[in-house]
Write a new protein. Sequence first.
Length: 93
Amino acid sequence: MPLFGPTNTRRAGLEIVFQAQGMLQAEAVKGRLEASGIPALLDYESLGQTLGITIDGLGEVRVMVPIDPAADARELLRRPMDDEDDEVDLEPD
């Protein structure tokens, strides 16, 4: 049981696709989703972020997406990033 009691993780129309231990990892996951066209938002307990604590549920950041693309988001996050994900085409078509 978390130190400060259960956290309400339900948000209307959204689904959790990833739980990170800290903001840095969560921001990276959010960026990967958004770069693939999947809107995402971060849900977290502000006390953990304020104090920088990552124990007993504090510091946990939930990455949430709309329900419709949730399955696609999970699939994307299961795949390892490869060189193709990092390439950006700077040449005009």
